[in-house]
Ligand binder design. Structure first.
Ligand code: ADP
Ligand code: RBF
Ligand code: MG
Length: 380
């Protein structure tokens, strides 16, 4: 018998990592390191990010102290930066899909564990800013509550022990390599959601690598599926971006026959880093021309392997002329799929046209069409 989506494993509970998996901590880590290295006359260049994600605080501090040749010990460095971190905890946002996942598992009675390399005290402090999180977890374990942090499997064994389940019936969701290693060493199923871009090739040990929590398919693990997809689209909390239309890579119309009105990403780096790469849709307002349906990609366009994360909105309307320089306002209301690579230009183009059809239909649904009247679209 041919089964389209066979269940890989019957999972009983889900173990979640915190930083980089549920919380968008990376920006805050960068800011704190920028400030604290500045005091030593050093400039944080982001190159250690890959070295520190998923590490224990001591290991992360050790890497930074060593790489920047700081005249202090890792412990001293930790005590200098700890207060800076504590001040930022209230500013850490949940990653897209995190609240949805927690609510869904909780309402379906799937036991959840929070297992983080951070000390328990900071785990508690961080989640206290996120409504309903603390009470959703059956067990919360900090890195200081087990003998050895990830990549050691200790924390995951402890999670299974406290839940009284076999490790093999646990699904681990992790953004970092140490976390994935720990989960596999514990003989659990592991879904990797890499928090750093363009790293998915490093996660070969994981059972599945997804682009963001929005792409999680729980039914693959025998867990209750999400029920909020509507006609191939996932509603998202609306978000807004706008500015003058600028020149892009000059290939949208020429190479694909699909023009995309590019916006400057300089002023929006925070907003762009908040939203996972992928294909989204919504409404586009052009001051002198009206409001139009829109489908867009955000990300690195894997087929072209761009260096920058860009936003590429295709307005679903035939224009008789270019509109460079005009103010373009976007309201993004739904998500369709992750960005993909394709074996040929034709298959990329065909997929983008599928996205167009999905968006055109969805935007007629009341839940999405109501946003056409958002005053932001006409207020330029
Ligand atoms: P670029 O690389 O400069 O963005 P494209 O080939 O992607 O060039 O074309 C995008 C430009 O085409 C937009 O900036 C806009 O001026 C124009 N344009 C015409 N029709 C559309 C449309 N339906 N959607 C988006 N842009 C369009
Ligand atoms: N580029 C990719 O490399 N992979 C994709 O999956 C992808 N999906 C897209 C979906 C839509 C709706 C649009 C408008 C563009 C998409 N692109 C994708 C980006 C396309 O390659 C981009 O518009 C060109 O690179 C123009 O700069
Ligand atoms: Mg373009």
């Amino acid at each position: 018998m041919c089964v389209a989506n066979p269940i890989r494993k019957l999972i009983k509970c889900v173990i979640l990592d915190l930083d980089g998996t549920l919380l968008n901590t990376d920006g805050i880590v960068c800011n704190v390191l920028k400030v604290s290295l500045g005091k030593y006359g050093k400039e944080w260049d982001g190159r250690e990010t890959l070295k520190i994600v998923g590490k224990t605080p001591f290991e992360a501090a050790e890497a930074v102290v060593q790489d920047y040749g700081l005249p202090c010990s890792p412990i001293e460095f930790i005590s200098e930066i700890s207060p800076l971190f504590s001040h930022q905890w209230c500013n850490i946002k949940a990653l897209p899909g995190a609240n949805r996942l927690i609510k869904h598992l909780k309402s379906n009675g799937v036991p959840m564990v929070l297992a983080s390399n951070s000390p328990r005290e900071s785990v508690d402090a961080k989640i206290s800013f996120h409504h309903g999180w603390k009470d959703s977890f059956h067990v919360i374990i900090g890195g200081d509550e087990v003998r050895t942090g990830k990549p050691s499997p200790d924390i995951f064994f402890e999670a299974a022990r406290r839940l009284r389940v076999e490790p093999s019936s646990c699904l681990v969701i992790e953004d970092s390599l140490p976390g994935v290693t720990a989960g596999k060493t514990a003989e659990m199923e592991v879904v990797a959601v890499p928090s750093l871009p363009k790293q998915s090739h490093l996660f070969t040990a994981a059972d599945e690598v997804i682009n963001s929590l929005l792409d999680l398919q729980l039914e693959k693990w025998g867990l209750p599926p999400f029920t909020d997809w509507v006609d191939g689209t996932l509603p998202v909390d609306p978000w807004y971006i706008g500015g003058p239309v600028i020149k892009g890579f000059g290939r949208g119309s020429k190479v694909l026959g699909i023009p995309t009105a590019n916006l400057s990403t300089k002023d929006y780096s925070d907003l762009l880093s908040e939203h996972p790469a992928g294909v989204y849709f919504g409404w586009a307002g052009l001051s002198a021309r009206g409001v139009f349906k829109m489908v867009m990609s955000i990300g690195w366009n894997p087929y072209f392997s761009n260096k920058e994360k860009t936003i590429e909105p295709w307005l679903l309307h035939e224009f008789t002329e270019d509109f460079y320089g005009e103010e373009l306002r976007l309201v993004i209301v739904g998500y369709i799929r992750p960005e993909e690579n394709f074996p040929s230009l034709e298959s990329l183009i065909a997929k983008i046209h599928e996205d167009r059809i999905v968006s055109e239909r969805a935007l007629d649904l009341p839940m999405y069409s109501s946003h056409k009247n958002d005053s932001y679209l006409r207020s330029s």
